[in-house]
Design a protein around this ligand. Structure first.
Ligand code: ADE
Length: 257
């Protein structure tokens, strides 16, 4: 899966000097998955961050190894039992340095994940992320371990593993020395409640299916102030069109400045 020689259970050199991710999952084989590629994968290899996938099934108490049961009150699907998550957490928390890490349960009923939350997480020492499957996780274990519920969007995906990729990628790329050019972080979408302007590269004239496609003149001008002005105009136009909610926030901030 990965282009890096990474181990499944303990991924990265894990010297614990780096940003530490602990993922509690019924599918530890899904890690590092996409997190083993590109800048974030290279950072894992360089020990800028470390990743441990903790197998919830290891804590099964029945002879047939189940970790879930039917929901009280009826309904479809299965719910992960509280004692399974608790045993996995207790095992993890035996190491005192893990106790202070933020605890996140990725779930569609959580608070929306934002660039701001990614920044806060990147400024800390790491995170413990619980991945649900089926209909979710027994609420009592979420409450008793103080998990913060975070959603990656208003849709339901089959399990928290994909959501944890999103959360970890968005966070780890903000760690020092993960992205090639530090400058690429400074003008990111959402930084100022604006979406990014369109980008172009060579060739300046691209021909496809008998049509000529050029690049906006201003970008070839070398005139930095005019380029910056054009980019801001583009960002504003795109944001107002596709994300009126973000644009309203941007305008409010602009007026308060
Ligand atoms: N698990 C299932 N759907 C999810 C979502 N939208 N966000 C986070 N975790 C999820």
């Amino acid at each position: 899966m990965s282009d890096l020689p990474l181990d499944v259970q303990k991924i990265g050199k894990g010297k614990y000097s780096s940003w530490q991710a602990h993922v509690l999952t019924a599918f530890p084989q899904m890690f590092p998955g996409p997190l083993g590629f590109s800048n974030v994968g290279k950072a894992l290899e360089k020990d800028i961050w470390s990743l441990e996938a903790h197998d919830l099934r290891q804590f099964a108490t029945t002879s047939y190894g189940s970790i879930d049961d039917t929901p009280f009150g009826g309904g479809a699907g299965m719910v992960i039992c509280p004692h399974i998550v608790a045993s996995c957490m207790d095992d993890l928390l035996e190491k005192s340095e893990n106790a202070a890490l933020p605890r996140i349960y990725v779930s569609p009923k959580g608070k929306p994940f934002t660039a701001k939350r990614a920044k806060q997480l990147a400024a800390g020492a790491g995170a413990i992320i619980l991945c649900g499957r089926y209909e979710g996780v027994d609420q009592r274990v979420i409450d008793s371990y103080g998990f913060e519920e975070i959603s990656i969007g208003d849709y339901v995906i089959s399990g928290g593993e994909l959501a944890s990729y999103v959360l970890l990628d968005a966070t780890v790329r903000l760690l020092p020395n993960v992205l090639g050019a530090a400058a690429s972080l400074t003008e990111e979408s959402f930084e100022h409640s604006l979406l990014e302007y369109p980008q172009y590269t060579r060739p300046a004239l691209w021909q496809n299916q008998g049509q000529d496609f050029t690049v906006p003149e201003v970008l070839l001008s070398g005139h930095h102030a005019r380029i910056a002005e054009w980019r801001l105009q583009q960002s504003e136009a795109i944001t107002s069109q596709v994300r009126p909610d973000l644009f309203a926030r941007y305008q409010a901030r602009k007026h308060n400045r």
